[in-house]
Every structure is written in C-alpha cells, then in structure tokens.
Design a binder for this molecule. Structure first.
Ligand code: 13P
Ligand code: SF4
Length: 364
C-alpha cells in the first residue's frame, strides 16, 4: 500500500482527471460508493453518490453494500465508515493527510489523564458521561464506548446530551467546546455550570470547587474555521441589510450562535435555506465551499446567500481531497490495488462501535 500520489497524477489537469474518474466509476459500478461531505470542493462533490453531514454519511457508510467506500471528507469520517461497515468492505480516504485540526486537539493520552485527574475529585464512571464529537479519532470513540459514553454529531448533540443526563449528573465533552456549550445552553444549562478543561494544565486548570459545580466540562478544543466568525460581523451586516436571516453551524462561538436566527449542522443549514421563501437574504456561518454552493444554487430563486466573515474561512484539510487524488485511488481500484485504506484495529473498532451505535439509537 502506498500513501503517495504517483507523479503522473499530480501533473494531470482537472478536466483530464474528471474524465478518468468517470471512466473508473463506470468500470467499478456497484462495487464502489463515493461519499462526499458538504465542505468538499465542487470538482469532487459532483462525483459523490451520496452527500451529507457527518451523521447522514455515517448512516450511508453503515448501509452501503459496496466493496469500496471512498470517503471524500476527512480522516475521522473514513474511520467511522470502516467501523460501521462490514469487515470485508474497504474504507478509503483519497489523501491520508486530510485530517481535522479540531479532532487532533484531543487524544487518548490527554483524555485518559483528564479522567484520572477527575477521579481525584469525583467517581467519573458513576458521575460523568464522556461524550466525543464525531470529529475525533477512533480510540476516543473507543474510550467513550468503554466508559458508558457516546458519540455525537452537530445534528444529534441535543438528543445525546438528554441521553447522558438521564444516566449521570455530569458530561465531559470533547474536543469541541463550542458545540458542547451551544447545545447545553439551549437545554437550559447556564454558563456558570459549564467549566473549560484546559488540557495543557494539571486538573484542566480547574479548582475542586469548579469541577464539583460543573454540569458540563468542556474540552478546550475548537474549529479554527468556525472560530473566525464574530458577532460584530452579524451586527455590521444587519446594519446594512436588516431583513437578513442569520444561520450558524454550532461549532461557531457562543456569541455568534446567540445572535443567529437558526443554528444547526451543515445538512440543517442546507435544508433551511432550501425551504426558505424566495427573495430572502441569508448570512451564513459555516465553511466557504458550502456557502458558495448555496449562493450559486439558490440565486435563481432570488435568495441572496452571504458568507459571514470578510476573510476566507475554508477547511484546508477538506480541500486536500482533489481530483488528482480521487482519480489515483479509483484507477488503482480498477487495477485491483487498494491505496490509502483507512483501517481501525479490531479491538478499538469494537469499543468505538458501541459508542457509535448508542448515538445512532438516540438520533432523530
Ligand atoms: P456536520 O456534521 O455539520 O457536517 O459538521 C462536520 C464538520 O466537520 C463541521 O466542521
Ligand atoms: Fe475539522 Fe473544522 Fe474542518 Fe470541520 S471545518 S473538518 S471541524 S477543521
């Protein structure tokens, strides 16, 4: 197995790649399924058999009968596809360097350390449910599986937290503080009952009192793409176009979500704008490729879709999946070679599957 794109592919232009991708797809037929996350660039997105947010795509991966699941997204998504699919199916990420910077902010060693440190104040396995955002490595999902915990996505975070609080009094939520805070706040948990766990500091930088008082312990992780959105950007825009509806992904900061009319996952954002009345104006806080696609798609209906930030907020790792990498993996499959397989070790996968299945059961 090689993880490097062989040189001839990097030299191909996008048009040449496109026709080679189409030929390879035809040759592979039903043995292949391509899943595409909404943040993928158009040149890739157009080739997806199924598009969606993290939840929808994980369901597609679980339901797929194809031999090869080529995931046009980021690494944790391809891991989930491998965990939820049958053992003989192969999950492939066209560029193995397409990671998620937020997912990397939590790892098994700093989460296990947090759990040990929390044990000096509480009985974590009786009092705290660990919740990992799906944007995390498989071993963290495994950690949650073994400690009575669960996975969540931006679509089902509310249902997942309800499930948690029916069982234990506190939640340790990693790696995204914003999704945790925004969701818990809408459930009526005040900010005073949320504490930030700074994973670089002993005891997360918290006092015993703060830990005892917290209902939500929020990992100090964030998405640098969504962290760029600011409440002032909403104020400035509304001053010019007061009729605008504002919609944000829950990875955005608390103040942005508070000022937004709607908050939800990428799939929710698409659905809301699709179902909106014609001739409406939208200010959107999520990744640029998706916002540009929405602007283009709904212009004929007179819908004006604007990106919230004045600077470019693109997910650079999603962008790594390009036509050259896709052509390379597909043509290798046609030749019977699997390149860039993402495979989770059986023991980790078993524990992670438990946490993912709990999530799928509580998801709407
Ligand atoms: P969605 O589940 O809303 O697609 O979000 C995934 C993600 O990585 C957003 O940054
Ligand atoms: Fe990760 Fe942010 Fe990119 Fe989503 S947008 S994949 S959270 S870095």
């Amino acid at each position: 197995m090689s993880a490097v794109v062989v040189q001839p592919y990097t030299l191909l232009d996008d048009d040449e790649c496109e026709s080679r991708i189409l030929r390879a797809r035809q040759a592979l037929g039903e043995r292949l399924v391509i899943l595409g996350h909404h943040y993928q660039r158009d040149e890739i997105f157009q080739h997806a058999d199924f598009t969606g947010d993290s939840l929808k795509l994980s369901r597609q991966a679980a339901a797929s009968k194809a031999d090869y699941i080529v995931f046009c997204g980021v690494h944790f998504m391809a891991e989930v596809a491998d965990i939820l699919s049958r053992p003989e199916q192969v999950s492939i990420l066209p560029d193995l360097a397409a990671g998620c910077a937020m997912a990397d902010m939590a790892n098994l060693s700093n989460v296990e350390r947090a759990w040990r440190e929390l044990a000096s104040v509480l009985d974590p396995d009786a009092q705290i449910t660990p919740v990992t955002y799906i944007n995390s490595a498989a071993d963290l999902k495994g950690f949650c599986g073994s400690h009575g915990g669960i996975v969540c996505t931006s679509t089902n975070a509310r249902h997942v937290l309800d499930w948690c609080f029916e069982r234990r009094e506190k939640v340790l939520f990693f790696p995204d503080q914003h999704l945790g805070r925004n969701t818990a706040y809408t459930m009526g948990i005040p900010l005073e009952e949320m504490a930030i766990w700074d994973f670089d500091l002993p005891m997360g930088g918290l006092s015993v009192e703060q830990i005892k008082n917290a209902k939500m312990i929020l990992w100090k992780g964030f998405c640098s793409v969504h962290q760029m959105f600011q409440p002032e950007q909403i104020d400035d825009f509304l001053a010019r176009y007061p009729e605008t509806k504002v919609i944000a992904h829950p990875e955005s900061p608390f103040e942005v979500c508070q000022k937004s009319d709607y908050v939800g996952s990428t799939e929710y954002i698409i659905k809301t704008i699709a179902e909106a009345e014609a001739n409406t104006r939208w200010l959107v806080a999520t990744e640029l490729n998706l916002v540009n696609r929405l602007a283009e798609q709904y212009r004929p209906e007179g819908k004006q879709v604007h990106f919230m930030s004045p600077s470019v907020c693109m997910c650079s790792t999603m962008f790594r999946i390009d036509p050259q990498h896709l052509a390379w993996v597909l043509e290798n499959l046609v030749e019977g070679h699997v390149v860039n397989q993402v495979s989770v070790a059986a023991e980790t996968a078993e524990k992670a599957r438990l946490a993912l299945q709990r999530m799928l059961e509580v998801s709407p």
